[in-house]
Design a protein around this ligand. Structure first.
Ligand code: SAH
Length: 251
């Protein structure tokens, strides 16, 4: 029995992949990350499927549940929020299954940093603005390697998507400013991207902390920073008439 790790997407139940949806509908046991997976997705489950919320489980308990279910010949889906490769704690589960010789497959999902771009109607990689997206977080109880401190990454002034940090927005702003982003750099906070109660707060490094504090946002939010949120950019080469490529000759 192959265990399926499935990315549930950012919230909107229609943002799971077709493959993820099919596997979810066929699963005998579903173990979902209860803190962020939209429970609406569980409506896809078979009537007699066993559904477990991993929010209150330890790693060992999750692995035990998977091992027991596969041992009984059940199809198991482990449902992660967004894409499992981003802050998903999936590696330790895959390693535990490797140790036990249990095969698994990973089905990717739409990460919340991409749902945030859609909500903001922005392009992270604008020509002559930034061609780089940094996915990161502020240090919390999980340490961040010294060379990846926010201030160090800020030196690039690339587009940054900052997870798991909105409750420490003051420190985020301090580190970004110390690292080299000017105080008028645009920044947005997207709360619950793609959910019905999605909210967007926009400002600059100088103003955002106050706006977000007044709104009382303290969880499930993505911080997006960079000039890509401004209006200025160069037109792309890809669609420029004088730029030829494999599929189109220059005019
Ligand atoms: N694997 C997930 C991230 C899990 S870490 C993914 O790929 O999206 C949890 C963090 O993700 C939250 O603290 C928040 O920063 C972000 N997040 C998850 N869902 C979100 C959503 N719908 N809108 C905004 N941020 C979200």
């Amino acid at each position: 029995m192959t265990v399926r790790f499935v990315g549930a997407g950012p919230g909107d139940p229609e943002l799971i992949t077709v493959k993820g949806q099919r596997l979810l509908a066929a699963a005998d046991t579903i173990i979902y990350a209860g803190s962020l997976v939209n429970p609406a997705l569980l409506c896809l489950a078979k009537q007699d499927a066993v559904i477990m919320n991993s929010a209150s489980m330890t790693l060992d308990e999750v692995i035990d549940a998977i091992v027991r279910a596969t041992g009984e010949g059940r199809e198991v889906v482990r449902l992660h929020t967004g894409d499992p490769s981003i802050y998903g704690a999936i590696k330790e589960q895959m390693d535990a299954l490797d140790k036990r010789g249990i095969p698994y497959e990973v089905v990717p999902g739409v990460s919340s940093f991409l749902a945030a771009a859609a909500a903001l109607r922005c392009e992270y990689t604008l020509p002559e603005v930034s061609q780089t997206v940094i996915v990161t977080r502020l240090e919390g109880r999980t340490p961040v390697p010294e060379r990846e401190k926010l201030a160090a990454l800020a030196a690039h002034r690339a587009t940054m998507c900052i997870f798991l940090s909105v409750h420490m927005l003051d420190s985020v702003v301090d580190e970004l400013t110390a690292g080299g982003y000017p105080a008028d750099t645009p920044i947005a906070v997207v709360q619950k991207a793609s959910w019905p109660d999605e909210k967007i707060y926009r400002g600059t490094l100088a103003t955002i902390a106050r706006t977000v504090e007044e709104a009382g946002v303290d969880r499930t939010a993505m911080i997006v920073v960079g000039r890509c949120l401004d209006g200025d950019y160069a037109l792309s080469k890809l669609y420029s008439p004088d730029f030829g490529h494999m599929f189109r000759e220059a005019k």
